[in-house]
Design a protein around this ligand. Structure first.
Ligand SMILES: Nc1ncnc2c1ncn2[C@@H]1O[C@H](COP(=O)(O)OP(=O)(O)OP(=O)(O)O)[C@@H](O)[C@H]1O
Length: 603
């Protein structure tokens, strides 16, 4: 796949206009540093003091030359006092600057910490629809790499640029006081530098944005390949993936080279040249003045001070411009983080009531993921508390969609689904999640112990965890592990069989004591023996928990109170196994017979 074809997949990866980048990066910085405003202002105040003290050095030099050296007036105590004063001012200035830089580094680090926590928390609260388009590697890149780049932005803005600007201001003020006309010559350097920076930005901005984008693509591809390694290797696709990676990496290299070229040509060499030019102009002016009026003692002192100050003006300017390459990258990262943060979170549900019994009422439910492409049509279904409903149907008939709506992963039309008489969207999030249990098709186990996998961060006692495991018929195999509930299960529960993982997922769902338990093809990949264990577990929950189970394997829901047969997003049939089997030529009957046939066929 060409590198260009894989961009713009995650919101925030598109190339942003320059003005938007600046605005969004600034918004992010200000928001993250807001709690530390006092530190920033105090830091700036102290840096101003340090710059003032530093500017005293050349002034003291000028005074020494003008008053003592040129007139050959050897007043040793005063000269020593002057030298000592200049030295002391320099030492104090360095000490103050060190203290403030440590303070501002703290501000930067804490702000980035806040941003990173904020981004992760935000991602956790995003609606499921967001993840339909998200690429995991790119999201990881946002939370780690991009927030790290934001730190660069802080360090650069707060340290180098701020400090350099203050030193610059101090030197300019001192020169203004000494000779305003000469100061104007030096000041002419500032617009020239601004023009260079502008030009640099113009030339390198597209390359910088592209480099960042490609880096995030590289991350995404590595993450995707590792996650799908069995499929990659089995499909003999490793060579193609390697080639794709090489193409991306090459594009990254070219983009980075374009960026560095602009840097190498424009920044340091041009500025060094400006420095020499400026010195030549200032010396030239002195030369002219000397030729016309004879160089006075006062002018020699000023010349000395000016030469000292010019380096103090040029060096911060060089520092500021040298930071621009990194600053540019950091700005792009900050803007992307800001764009991600601007993604709307799942709206907070109004608290109109809570789930008490688990009665589900669905009325005239229509739903479409994309406008004009309806997936569910006019679903009407009432499920009594403690009942067991099976949902079956062909692939793509809308079974998982119905479950996703019940789980509020996607918003159902207001009022179409009610639980215990309360509209689904009117149940407060905490109590809603506490009352709903989900057993997904893929159990998703953490690289942690069996106990941690069942509790999943909830404050559950050992007794609660064990009771849930017993109810899910998982207690037996867990206690048979070498460390029982504390056995580390490996990445993705690698230590367990598929059936055991599924039982553990059921235990996890039950550990929260849900009123409603939703199972999405929980028996799709397990053997008949484990399926019977699951059936047993579900039978024991009947009357206490409302169960809605999607099942490809019809035997799982054979004993359900009612079976809902979905066909192209509509309820085609509804009834008990017996009732549905009695419909001659009915969909359920055909599905059942087909499965029977599959089971009877020799493998
Ligand atoms: N996130 C989504 N965005 C857009 N369309 C979707 C999304 N999820 C599912 N669909 C579409 O909705 C329809 C119903 O899908 P759904 O997953 O609900 O079917 P299903 O009955 O659960 O299928 P299966 O048995 O294969 O899991 C399908 O046409 C599918 O392409």
């Amino acid at each position: 796949m060409p590198a260009e074809a894989v961009s713009s997949r995650l919101p925030g990866t598109e190339v942003l206009p320059r003005r938007r980048v600046l605005g969004e990066a600034a918004a992010l910085l200000l928001r993250a540093a807001a709690p530390e405003r006092r530190h920033v202002w105090q830091g700036i105040a102290w840096l101003l003091l340090a710059a003032g003290l530093e500017a005293l050095g050349p002034l003291a030099g000028k005074f020494l030359i003008d008053n003592y050296l040129l007139p050959r007036h050897a007043d040793l105590p005063r000269m020593a006092g002057l030298l000592f004063g200049a030295l002391l001012a320099g030492v104090i200035a360095s000490w103050v600057r060190y203290g403030q830089l440590v303070r501002l580094a703290g501000v930067a680090m804490r702000s980035v910490q806040r941003i990173r926590e904020g981004v992760y928390g935000h991602v956790l609260r995003l609606p499921m629809a967001f993840f339909d388009h998200a690429i995991i590697g790119q999201l990881v890149s946002r939370v780690t790499n991009d927030t790290e780049a934001v730190k660069t932005l802080y360090v650069q803005v707060l340290f180098v640029i701020l400090d350099s600007l203050i030193i610059l201001a101090g030197a300019m003020a001192a020169m203004l006081w000494l000779d305003w006309r000469l100061m104007l010559i030096v000041a002419a350097l500032i617009p020239v530098v601004a023009a260079i920076v502008f030009l640099y930005q113009r030339l390198s901005a597209p390359a910088v944005t592209r480099t960042r984008e490609l880096r995030s693509e590289l991350n995404a591809q590595v993450a995707e390949s590792i996650a799908g390694m069995p499929v990659l290797q089995a499909a003999n696709a490793t060579t193609r993936f390697q080639e794709r990676f090489v193409a991306l990496n090459e594009a990254h290299y070219r983009s980075r080279r374009r960026e560095l070229r602009a840097n190498a040509w424009l920044l340091r060499p041009v500025l060094d040249f400006m420095n020499v030019l400026l010195l030549a102009v200032v010396l030239g002016v002195f030369g002219l003045r000397g030729a016309s009026a004879g160089l006075s003692a006062v002018q020699v002192g000023i010349l000395y001070a000016f030469i000292s100050y010019i380096s103090r003006v040029v060096e911060p300017l060089i520092q500021i411009t040298m930071q621009f390459s990194q600053l540019q990258q950091a700005l792009v990262s900050a803007a992307r983080v800001h764009t991600l943060l601007a993604e709307a979170e799942t709206p907070v549900a109004a608290d109109q009531g809570r789930i008490t019994h688990g009665a589900i009422a669905i009325e005239h439910l229509d739903f479409a993921y994309l406008p004009g492409r309806p997936v569910l049509h006019d679903i009407r279904l009432h499920m009594a508390p403690g009942s067991f409903h099976g949902i079956v149907g062909h692939t793509g008939s809308g079974k998982s969609t119905l479950l996703s709506l019940l789980l509020r992963f996607y918003p159902a039309p207001p009022g179409a689904i009610r639980i215990d008489g309360v509209p689904l969207e009117g149940i407060a999030e905490e109590s809603f999640r506490a009352s709903m249990g989900l057993v997904p098709q893929d159990p998703f186990l953490l690289a942690a112990s069996a106990r941690e996998n069942i509790a999943l961060g909830r404050a559950l006692s050992d007794e609660q965890v064990e009771a849930a495991a017993r109810a899910a018929h998982a207690h037996g195999f867990i206690t048979a592990l070498e460390n029982g509930y504390d056995t580390f299960l490996g990445e993705g529960g690698a230590r367990l069989s598929t059936g055991q993982k599924q039982l553990l997922a059921i235990a996890r769902a039950l550990a929260g004591s849900p009123r409603i338990l939703l199972l999405d093809e929980a028996t799709a990949h397990i053997d008949s023996e484990t399926e019977q264990v699951v059936q047993q577990a579900l039978a024991e929950l009947r009357g206490r928990v409302t169960i809605v189970a999607i099942a490809h394997r019809l035997s799982t829901v054979r004993d359900a109170d009612r079976i809902v047969v979905l066909n192209h997003g509509r309820i085609a049939e509804l009834g008990t196994h017996g009732e549905l089997m009695a419909i001659e030529g009915g969909l359920y009957q055909r599905l059942y017979q087909l499965q029977q046939l599959e089971e009877e066929l020799p493998p």
